[in-house]
Design a protein around this ligand. Structure first.
Ligand code: TRP
Ligand code: ZN
Length: 869
């Protein structure tokens, strides 16, 4: 890297996959002693180390005050080692080395929420993935060093709860009003999975007996008043434990499983062995205080962290380049779990919507990287939609291709080969291949190159021969850093429908993975290919990439009529939704008429609302302004997009107005038997309210205010509040005041109060000023920052005007205080280069000015990449 071009991030800070080397020393065991005091924490560590290869003994450590170090019982002096800001190195160490260190750390002033930190007055927690453990003690802090941990935790008795990984083996008095516990974790683990918790928390307890007969104590820790909100998470945990036994043959392996909730957390949750630590937003669920969407998220994150016990913990990553090995697989597993909890089509819709709204834009812009990157400056910047969501899609493709049985044989092989090891993406694909008997090695290409493949398809019907020919072509946009892009294997799930009757046809084509079926899969693994279906009696309608069988950008020259046909006749709910989305995108970006879409909605909805209200609610999705903007690569005008989208919404409100009101009045969530159905009905009613308000129906505000007041359900209350606030209803102020008074002690609910105001389409710099100056705004709580920033970012017109200052100010402030969060928030501006002038030049100048003012690797790397377009 050229230093002149990169004054902030220096050349030697880049780490490359190709430079991987085994650690010279392994750690057989570590004994940790952590003593927490108000003004500092003492950490004593004893590492029993053994040489594995030639080289120095390297211990990583950051922000540690070293008090003493012993090697094999002998005190070392400063001349016996070299110590800098990142590491302590002992040259010529003996092959057997017992290292004992004493350090002092300062969790009470740790604002980065990494390592051991104080999270409010009553709690200390850890976050060690990926590189936080080095902020607790000197250690070879890398995932390929696995060790047995024994942990002593000592603190004042004002903190009754003292937890660490594994089994509690001792507890007692420590004098001077203090006490301690000792924990032993029998399973070898990398340091990023170490956790301890010191606090004043209440606990919800339950049990689960595994298929092997192990009786596991389940505990969720939270502040007293939140304990009733932990019940849904507890049910989800038991369900996850059973699900992993049934679907992957993986029982739990310890006698306890603990979850701790904290309101101060950089991300969603963390899978520390036997002791997960969760953002409150991902564990507390209660219909009075949190929305249906939040409840679904809690269940999926509980499952995600639980599933990591096998995919991540028992089998971990060799190095951080392999992050998508554990994340991509675990996301695929939690998505499959969630598909069993609600309408499977809707789960798929929601997952693909996230992929298209976040991963596709990331992959087409300056932050694009392969699911397995080959270099990075700051690994925290690579917990991305590409690593997680595209990583999950790669696993889904392989599972689609193999089918249930063979996929299970493949995963069985993976678990039996690699249990207890730190492995690579190649190991995973090789095990799947060996277990299933199907060569999947071509899928490695997906892991190694960036960009969303474009899939161009054309169809041709030959009436005389009664054949339908499908021509496919794939391509990738050239990437400066990856000159040799290759074709990837794309499973194309497809169906043919009779255009007259709407019936699904039997497919006759030897090209399919399985012939003579209705639901076909074709493995497209070349630059281009033609396949032919025979015995097709009349011109069919084809449905491609069903259930989104591959993460590609599909281009097919459908007529609007064919899309409307699929909205009404597709039997795959995802593709039904996708047809509506494609049609809407054409209306919005290519000025097609809206009439065909509206008619198709009118034809489809009455029956669908009865059958699957949740899916019906998703059919009303209109691509967001942000998503539409991400489809434009140059000359992007947020205001123009907003205008078009608003015009369409007006049309829909006018044309569907009567239907909306009838539906609103007819639906009652309390009459639904299943949660998924009730959730659908609530979603539909909120959408109807929004349409009625847009139509100018005077009664809409009254109905919304009535719903707001009468309900005890957060989705209903918040849905009504949104309609009132975003439409500047006369009742808006009263409702906002009421909401604040009701929920001011409930942080997650209050986040929604901030969000709703920040997301007002006509929010201004003054709105943001008011919210960020509010006494309940808090720059030390990422959830609160995200509530305002996320709300603001819901309207790109606002993001790209006064929002620019907001995000740049945050990045500057957080650069030192919390660079992980600062770097992520700044990415809201990553598509600046697509803007039309003069906005483009203005934002660029702001970003360049920021570059001179930031120091963290996190923010600098992101900024350098963002400007490198
Ligand atoms: N491994 C966590 C997960 O996906 C995510 C994670 C990585 C994380 N770094 C973090 C969570 C920092 C919180 C804070 O399940
Ligand atoms: Zn994860």
């Amino acid at each position: 890297m050229n230093i002149a071009a990169n004054p902030v991030v220096e050349a030697d800070q880049t780490v490359y996959l190709k430079d991987y080397q085994k650690p010279s020393f392994l750690v057989d065991s570590i004994n940790l002693d952590i003593q927490v005091f108000d003004e500092q924490t003492y950490v004593n560590a004893k590492l029993v180390m053994q040489r594995q290869t030639a080289g120095d003994l390297v211990l990583l450590g950051r922000d540690l005050e070293l008090k003493s170090i012993l090697l094999n019982g002998k005190a070392l002096s400063e001349s016996d080692y070299t110590l800098d800001a990142e590491q302590l190195v002992i040259a010529h160490a003996p092959d057997q080395a017992v290292i004992e260190t004493q350090v002092v750390i300062h969790p009470e002033s740790n604002t980065q929420l990494e390592g051991l930190y104080q999270a409010g007055s009553d709690l200390f927690v850890t976050q060690n993935e990926p590189e936080g453990f080095r902020k607790i003690t000197f250690y070879p802090d890398r995932p390929d060093v696995l060790s047995v941990f024994t942990t002593r935790v000592e603190a004042d008795k004002k903190f009754p709860v003292l937890l660490a990984n594994g089994n509690l083996i001792e507890a007692g008095e420590a004098g001077a009003g203090r006490h301690y516990t000792i924990w032993q974790d029998p399973t070898k683990k990398p340091s990023y999975l170490f956790a301890c918790v010191i606090g004043d928390l209440a606990v919800l307890k339950d049990r689960y007996v595994t298929s092997e007969g192990r009786d596991v104590a389940l505990e969720i820790y939270a502040v007293e008043k939140d304990i009733p909100k932990c019940r849904i998470a507890m049910e989800a945990l038991k369900h996850s434990m059973q699900w992993d036994e049934e679907h992957y043959g993986r029982p739990y392996d310890l006698d306890n499983y603990m979850i701790v909730a904290t309101s101060q957390f950089n991300m969603g949750a963390m899978e520390n062995k036997g002791l997960n630590i969760f953002n409150t937003s991902c564990v507390l669920a209660d219909e009075e205080f949190t929305t249906d969407a939040a409840i679904m998220r809690v269940q999926s994150v509980i499952a995600h962290e639980y599933f990591h016990n096998w995919t991540g913990n028992r089998i971990t990553c060799r190095d951080w380049f392999q992050l998508c090995l554990k994340e991509g697989l675990t996301v695929f597993r939690d998505q499959s779990f969630s598909e069993d909890l609600q309408s499977a089509a809707v789960q798929r819709i929601d997952d693909v919507a996230v992929l298209k709204a976040h991963q596709f834009p990331e992959d087409s812009g300056p932050l694009s990287h392969p699911p397995r990157p080959d270099h990075f400056v700051e690994i925290n910047n690579f917990y991305t939609a590409t690593v997680y969501e595209k990583g999950a899609e790669i696993n889904r493709m392989m599972s689609t291709l193999l089918g249930k049985e063979k996929f299970r044989k493949g995963t069985d092989e993976y678990f039996s080969r690699h249990d207890g090891q730190a492995v690579t993406v190649e190991d995973w694909v090789a095990a799947l291949t060996a277990g299933s008997g199907v060569d999947l090695s071509a899928f490695l290409t997906w892991y190694n190159q960036p960009g969303t493949p474009k899939l161009e398809a054309k169809g041709q019907y030959d009436a005389a021969a009664q054949t339908y020919r499908l021509s496919l072509k794939q391509s990738l946009k050239a990437h400066p850093k990856y000159p040799d892009l290759k074709a990837v294997p794309i499973p194309v799930a497809l169906a043919l429908f009779n255009a007259e009757s709407g019936e699904q046809l039997i497919l006759n084509s030897s090209a399919l993975v399985e012939n003579a079926v209705q639901d076909g899969v074709y493995l497209f693994d070349a630059e281009s290919a033609d396949i032919e279906f025979s015995g097709v009696a009349a011109k069919p309608v084809v449905s491609l990439l069903r259930n989104f069988s591959a993460p590609v950008d599909l281009e097919f020259n459908y007529s609007d009529e064919e899309l409307a046909f699929l909205m009404q006749h597709e039997t795959n709910g995802f593709n039904q939704w996708q047809a509506a989305q494609t049609l809407l995108e054409r209306i919005l970006l290519n000025d097609h008429a809206a009439g065909i879409y509206i008619q198709a909605m009118k034809n489809t909805l009455p029956e669908l609302i009865q059958k699957d209200p949740l899916l019906a609610s998703r059919l009303f999705d209109v691509p967001s302004e942000g998503y539409l903007g991400s489809r434009i690569d140059a000359g992007y005008s947020p205001a123009a997009i907003q205008e078009k989208r608003n015009a369409l919404l007006e049309t829909l409100a006018r044309e569907l107005g009567a239907f909306c009101k009838e539906t609103f009045l007819a639906l009652d969530p309390d009459l639904q038997k299943e949660f998924s159905q009730a959730m659908g009905v609530r979603a539909l009613k909120n959408i109807m309210l929004g349409m009625m308000a847009r139509q100018g129906d005077a009664q809409a505000f009254e109905l919304a205010y009535e719903q707001y007041q009468a309900t005890g359900n957060m989705s209903e209350r918040l849905g009504a509040l949104r309609v009132l606030v975003w439409n500047d209803a006369p009742q808006a102020q009263a409702a906002l005041e009421d909401f604040y008074a009701r929920f001011k002690e409930e942080a997650l609910s209050l986040d929604q109060w901030f969000m709703v105001q920040a997301a007002h389409p006509k929010a201004s710099a003054a709105t943001i000023q008011y919210l960020t100056a509010h006494p309940d705004y808090d720059l030390t709580t990422p959830n609160r920052i995200r509530a305002v920033s996320g709300g603001l970012n819901a309207n790109p017109v606002n993001t790209w005007s006064f929002g620019v200052q907001h995000f740049i100010g945050l990045a500057k402030y957080l650069d030192e205080k919390n660079p992980i969060v600062g770097s992520r928030l700044l990415q809201a501006l990553s598509r600046w280069y697509t803007l039309a002038e003069p906005q483009r030049g203005q934002v660029k100048a702001e970003l360049e000015a920021l570059k001179l003012q930031v120091k963290s690797k996190n923010v600098s790397e992101t900024l350098n990449s963002m400007l490198n377009v």
